[in-house]
Write a protein that binds this ligand. Structure first.
Ligand code: HEC
Length: 220
């Protein structure tokens, strides 16, 4: 009698287990053919391409506008990231990297006594000078801008930091490269719509206006 009771219970348990397995299988059959995963991937890809738009928007700024407004002292702070490999003083020694006195306006790969990579000398062959645009792109990510460069530096991503650094670099020279005239407003407008790169430009141009307004108030 008790054996029979056990069998009943075992039978019921087995039936339940089978039913559970069956339901699991059934639900797999129901849900598996619905490849919700694919729309999911599609969304992810879309998100990634969206993020990739940021570097595209990181076009060099209007130097005539940003250089005059740049924070040179902050740029000098940025240059400390370079000191492990570069000297910036006039006649300074080459280290892991070449001396940087007068580098703005200098032909890439041309500093005497430094053994450049072929990546850099090739770049110099097609690039007359290190101008603001080229430095802006190079310092952002040296290795991806000049393939084969020996400059194993991760780069400075923030546009503002690079602008300030370039403003300071420019001054480390016997004859600092000229600052171009600001572009006319009509030409600057499309740049302002591309948010990340242009963010520093509007900030820079609005700063003087903002500072003059409070100054007027206390005077009254
Ligand atoms: C880890 C060492 C290292 C650091 C840090 C470094 N550099 Fe360099 N840099 C190099 C080397 C090496 C070269 C030569 C590259 C080549 O020949 O490919 C170079 C080349 C350059 C050049 C080209 C010079 C020329 O004569 O054509 C510039 C401009 C430059 N670096 C700027 C910077 C700035 C600005 C920083 C800091 C934000 C910096 N580097 C940080 C190692 C470094």
């Amino acid at each position: 009698m008790s054996d029979l009771g056990f069998n009943k219970i075992a039978g019921a348990t087995l039936a339940t287990a089978l039913a559970a397995v069956g339901l699991t299988q059934l639900s797999k059959i129901i849900y598996q053919p619905e490849p919700a995963a694919k729309p999911g991937y599609a969304i992810q890809v879309a998100a990634e391409t969206g993020a990739a738009e940021a570097p595209v928007a990181d076009t060099p700024p209007d130097w005539g506008t940003v250089l005059t407004a740049a924070n040179v002292a902050s740029g000098e702070e940025q240059s400390k990231k370079c000191l492990s490999c570069h000297t910036f003083t006039k006649g300074g020694a080459n280290g892991t990297g070449p001396n940087q006195w007068g580098v703005v306006g200098r032909k890439p790969g041309s500093h005497p006594g430094f053994a450049y990579s072929t990546g850099m000398t090739d770049f110099g062959a097609k690039t007359p000078v290190w101008d603001y645009d080229h430095l802006y792109d190079f310092i952002k990510s040296p290795g991806s801008y000049i393939s084969g460069t020996k400059m194993t530096f991760v780069g400075i991503k923030a546009p503002e930091d690079r602008i300030n650094l370039i403003a300071w670099l420019r001054q480390q020279s016997d004859s600092p490269m000229a600052i171009p005239a600001p572009k006319p407003k009509a030409a600057a407008a499309p740049a302002a719509s591309s948010a990340p790169a242009a963010s520093s430009a509007p900030a820079a141009s609005s700063a003087p206006a903002a500072s003059s307004a409070p100054a007027a108030a206390p005077a009254a």
